[in-house]
Every structure is written in C-alpha cells, then in structure tokens.
Design a protein around this ligand. Structure first.
Ligand SMILES: *Cc1c(COP(=O)(O)O)cnc(C)c1O
Length: 217
C-alpha cells in the first residue's frame, strides 16, 4: 500500500507524510530504510522520544493539537508544525524559534466543517489574519500554508466541496500576499479515507496513517 500511495502522491507532486502516531520505531525504520523521510506525530512526548531514538535526517511533522507550554520541546528539531490555530500559539513558536536560532515553518489550520470537534480559523478569519500586521512581524515562525480537515462523512460531494474551499483559500492567500509570504507553498489535506479526493482538489501534502501502518489500537 505504501508504494502505491507514494506513487499517487508523487504523480501530483504532493508530499506523503506517514503518520506514525502510536506506532513503534521499528515500523518507522522499515519505511526509512526504503528512503522515506517525512513522518507525522500527534503527541509531543512521543515525538520527542522518537526523535531522540531515530536517525536525525527525518523530517518530523507535528500534526496534533499543540499546547503553548509544550512548543519548547519540539522547537529545536521540528520540520513543520501543522494545525496552528491562534496568533498566541504563533507568537510562542516565534519565541522558541528565536531561542533556537531556527525559523520554524507552520501551517495555519482552517476549519471549513460544521463539526464542533474540529477547530481552526474560519476562511474569513484567516484572510483577516493575513491582512493585519501582527503575523508578518514574527520573524521566526513562518506561515507556509494551510492545514485542513474535511468533515467526517462519506458524502463525496460534500468532501469535494470542502477540499475545494481550502484549495481556493490557499490560492487566494498565495496570490494576494505573495510579496509578504513567498514561502506559502503547502496545502496539507487528505488522510487515509479521503486522500484521493484531496489530491484531486490540489492537496500538496497528505497525512496518511492507518492505510500505511494498519489500524491503531
Ligand atoms: C491521525 C491523523 C491523521 C492520519 O489519520 P489516518 O486516518 O490514520 O490516515 C491525519 N491527520 C491528523 C491531524 C491526524 O490526527
């Protein structure tokens, strides 16, 4: 399954992030030995433990809900933080990036669903955020795109609409703020159940776990 997924992602120039949360380091090493370098984790402590144990050229993506008081643990090494949902969290990432002397790329989480369990900026709030100055003053936390999740549904028409809304928003920001955000390159959307649809609607980064590693306990 991994090879097929990788081929489908590569055909669309999308990065495949293998979501290894709650999977052992052996499972990660199996893909690493095939040349894979992008892995995603949801929990700070688990990510730090795996970082310490595994080869240092892995690109670690943090894809979970990040508490501000935990940013400091991943700031020294994290490759990309998906799912940043407030300016306060951005400011903390900026502070820790500066302390570590490294620019940290982040994706802003956008919620286009009606589900209470999901969070993130509404499209209007994201545009307002890009329009204001605060976010552009942060030199060490670099917004480089959008992370989105579609609704938990089998309704392909609805999923397609949501992915398209994310894609349109991504392109609008790219066009309108290119001078301030030349690194706006990533549209992270699509998981095991909906990655093909996400690719069809322009995803540049898939986050796939169970389809690669099997179901989690
Ligand atoms: C767990 C998780 C994934 C991967 O989910 P699968 O359905 O196992 O592919 C992707 N994105 C986020 C934010 C996750 O928490």
């Amino acid at each position: 399954m991994f090879k097929k997924l990788l081929a489908e992602a590569s055909a669309k120039n999308a990065t495949l992030v293998a979501v290894s949360k709650r999977k052992p380091v052996e499972a990660i090493m199996e893909l690493y030995e095939q040349g894979h370098r992008d892995f995603g984790e949801n929990y700070v402590q688990e990510l730090v433990d795996k970082y310490e144990e595994l080869p240092k050229d892995i690109n670690w993506h943090f894809i979970g809900t990040l508490q501000r008081n935990k940013v400091k643990y991943i700031a020294p090494f994290v490759h990309l933080i998906h799912g940043v949902d407030s300016l306060k969290l951005m400011a903390e990432i900026d502070k820790r990036g500066q302390q570590n002397g490294r620019i940290i790329d982040v994706l802003l989480q956008v919620d286009v669903t009606d589900e209470d369990t999901k969070h993130g900026f509404t499209p209007a709030k994201l545009v307002a955020l890009m329009e204001a100055n605060e976010i552009h003053r942060l030199a060490w936390a670099r917004p480089s795109g959008i992370m989105g999740m579609a609704s938990h549904t089998d309704d392909e028409a609805q999923l397609g609409n949501e992915f398209q809304e994310l894609k349109d928003l991504f392109e609008t920001v790219k066009k309108d703020y290119y001078d301030r955000r030349p690194d706006w390159n990533h549209l992270s959307m699509g998981m095991s159940g909906d990655y093909q649809l996400a690719l069809k609607h322009g995803s540049s980064m898939l986050r796939v776990g169970s389809l690669i590693f099997g179901a989690r306990d």
